[in-house]
Design a protein around this ligand. Structure first.
Ligand code: HEC
Length: 166
């Protein structure tokens, strides 16, 4: 009985010691260039860049560091990136849903001291087509007078006058 206890005790010690070493050795501090930028460029920059209807850009280390705590909160609550489809049996192409591991990156980066990292690790900045993303539309309708956004609803009527059929 004593031997069994001693064996279990030493096994437990080995496991403790091992997991202790693993935790220290396998977690170098996260950096913007290596860990945060790939997520932000893929999932946020499309809307968070100049010319879009977002309150600030998320394209550089400075941009993201300034909003780091807010970003950790809105990704944790899954408010950002906005992605409404519920998880189904088949994934959507180009899903804008962050994984739990990606969400955790923001908090770990804060805990590690918001490091910038090495420029060599930084992915190339995303490129976006300015203006219409699907090419110019066939028809652009201009309201006759400015319409306050809170009045747009099912009862707002736009008069369209076409010269000929379309
Ligand atoms: C489809 C466009 C879109 C994408 C993609 C997107 N955002 Fe946003 N974001 C918005 C808009 C629009 C607002 C302003 C309106 C609002 O707060 O809902 C906003 C607001 C925010 C805010 C401010 C929230 C507040 O409470 O004031 C934060 C922080 C943010 N986004 C972070 C992110 C992060 C981080 C990502 C990527 C992981 C992301 N967003 C992806 C459109 C987007």
């Amino acid at each position: 009985m004593y031997k069994l206890f001693a064996l279990l005790f030493s096994l437990a010690c080995i496991i403790c010691a091992r997991s202790g070493t693993i935790a220290v050795a396998a977690r170098p501090p996260l950096t913007f260039d290596h860990d945060v930028a790939p997520i932000v460029f893929q999932y946020c920059a499309e809307c968070h860049r100049p010319g879009e209807s977002t309150p600030f850009s998320l394209l550089t280390y400075k941009d993201v560091r300034t909003h780091a705590r807010q970003i950790a909160a809105v990704t944790r609550s899954r408010y950002m990136p906005p992605w409404l489809p519920i998880r189904g049996p088949l994934p959507f192409a180009a899903e804008m849903r962050l994984s739990d591991a990606q969400i955790a990156v923001f908090q770990k980066w804060i805990d590690d001291g918001l490091l910038e990292g090495k420029p060599a690790d930084l992915p190339s900045a995303p490129h976006f087509t300015p203006g219409w993303q699907l090419g110019p539309p066939d028809l652009v309708i201009q309201a006759q007078k400015p319409v306050p956004a809170n009045r747009i609803g099912p009862r707002y009527v736009l008069e369209l006058r076409f010269a000929g059929s379309r």
